[in-house]
Design a protein around this ligand. Structure first.
Ligand SMILES: [Zn+2]
Length: 488
């Protein structure tokens, strides 16, 4: 039995060498600072897991894979560790953040400055050996190198930063199916505020994915983020996927920040979605139009200008549909051919190209076949929704564009059924599902030049019935914020 030895094996059966007890004394541990790809022999380190990331699934040419990352720290320094494949199943449930372990049998390589903050990283396989050690007060815990939000815009994309901030907005997590991979994803957007930069402080958006998105977050909470990734979204910097989130830390600087936030809420409440936000907070059509006035016009092939105008806005609104197309189809015959999707930004070169539908418009040819602009030929095109509608709320009205997914949801049937009814008995009974209906919409707006005039295009990315419970909670949060009360 291992009881009473002061160390606990966490490997278990079938876990490589994890079950083998270590007998070395502390003196034989190599300081993390001395680890390098040239480290010879069987090194051992004793380190604290100061941060532990979530499991990420990926797919490449060899199939499906998984990984998770940790930050390891001892008196001499810090190093990132990555677990792949079976090692994830073995070690993810066992490694606890804040605990001290002895590690050996990992391979050390140079870190990728694009992804790693440490100079070297350790890759752990299923045959790595990790065992719990008694807490060692000499090994420091997590330390932060906080950067103010006002510096965010100057940081390079993919930089990992530590941030301390107050949550001024908390959206509900939402789950959707990724268009390219067909996988279910859970996403959540939080609004961060800190007192930096003067003039009431700065805000930024924090995006969380997967399990981390399901945590318990409340407006007014102080968060310490470890290794949050700087992302760029339409020319604006946002933060995503921190390695670790400390909620309401028991630290003087957290209390100070919270006090500054409450003071700020009394003077000028911070309400609404963060800059660079995902359109979480509901806006009126009037507010949307006012915000979109400042959009820049995207020029194809031209890079975003640092600190220039935003190229797109996200909005969330509730409005009533006041007109649907009556004299023409709200859909078109599309090409069903499968083609390679454009590789996503940041996708690894080893990944197989994703597939998507060609979806170009088909024209019927004399011989009964259909042909798209790419030259694909098919017997039966697939109808897809694409239409414009008018919507109105208590402030204004506007035109919106919607595409197949949203169309199916609102009309309540496939576009092919609509096309059939259009040729046959008429579409009044289908249009009734949409006309005069009050809907909630997530939209993306962009500005384009059309016949020498600038115009704003509002594309609906998600639509559905109004969630009164969520709506009420949001409005209550706004009331609280305007009263200077932090609460959710
Ligand atoms: Zn085609």
């Amino acid at each position: 039995s291992m009881a009473g030895t002061g160390r606990r094996s966490i490997g278990g059966k079938g876990a490589g060498r994890a079950a083998a007890p270590m007998t070395q004394t502390a003196g034989t541990f190599l300081p993390i600072r001395e680890l390098s790809p040239y480290t010879n022999g069987r090194w051992k380190i004793k380190a604290r897991v100061v941060a532990k990331g979530e499991i990420r699934k990926f797919s490449n040419a060899r199939g499906e894979g998984q990984l998770f990352k940790v930050d390891l720290k001892d008196k001499s320094g810090e190093i990132a560790g990555t677990f792949f494949g079976r090692a994830v199943d073995i070690f993810y449930p066992m490694l606890q953040q804040g605990q001290v372990y002895c590690f050996t049998r990992g391979s050390i390589k140079a870190g990728n400055p694009r992804w790693d903050r440490s100079e070297h990283v350790i890759t752990f396989e299923e045959h790595s050996t990790i065992e719990a050690a008694e807490n060692d007060e000499g090994i420091p815990g997590q330390t932060f190198d906080f950067r103010p939000l006002c510096e965010l815009e100057q940081m390079a994309t993919n930089t990992l930063v530590d941030v301390k901030a107050v949550l001024f907005s908390v959206q509900e997590p939402y789950t959707f199916t990724a268009r390219t991979s067909g996988k279910e994803m859970t996403k959540r957007e939080l609004g961060l505020w800190d007192a930096s930069g003067g003039d009431g402080g700065r805000t930024s958006e924090l995006v969380l994915w997967g399990d981390k998105a399901l945590g318990r977050f409340e407006v007014g909470s102080v968060v310490f983020l470890k290794d949050a990734r700087v992302n760029e979204w339409n020319g604006s910097k946002t933060l995503a996927s921190p390695m670790n989130i400390e909620m309401n830390p028991d630290a003087p600087e957290a209390f100070q920040l919270r006090a500054r936030f409450e003071e700020q809420q009394r003077i000028r409440p911070i309400v609404g979605a963060a800059r660079g936000g995902g359109g979480g907070q509901r806006k009126s059509i009037e507010e949307i139009k006012a915000e979109d006035v400042n959009l820049g016009v995207a020029v194809p092939g031209q890079a975003f200008e640092q600190g220039g105008p935003r190229m797109a806005n996200r909005h969330f609104a509730v409005a009533t549909v006041t007109s649907v197309p009556a004299d023409r189809l709200p859909c078109y015959p599309s090409c069903p051919e499968s083609v390679d999707a454009k590789p996503r930004l940041g996708a690894e070169a080893t990944q197989q190209p994703e597939k998507r539908q060609c979806a170009k418009k088909c024209m019927q040819e004399g011989d009964g076949v259909w042909r798209c602009a790419m030259g694909h030929v098919c017997q039966q095109p697939q109808y897809r929704y694409i239409c414009r509608m008018q919507v109105m709320d208590h402030t204004d009205s506007t035109e919106i564009n919607m595409f197949d997914e949203v169309g199916k949801k609102l009309f309540g049937c496939e576009a092919s059924e609509y096309a059939q009814a259009f040729e046959g008995d008429g579409v009044e009974h289908i249009n009734k599902n949409v006309l005069w209906r009050r809907i909630s919409m997530r939209m993306r707006s962009t500005k384009e030049v059309w016949q020498e005039n600038e115009r704003v295009k509002l594309n609906v990315e998600e639509a559905g019935d109004v969630d009164f419970r969520k709506e009420a909670k949001q409005m209550l949060a706004e009331v609280h914020a305007s009263l200077g009360v932090a609460g959710s």
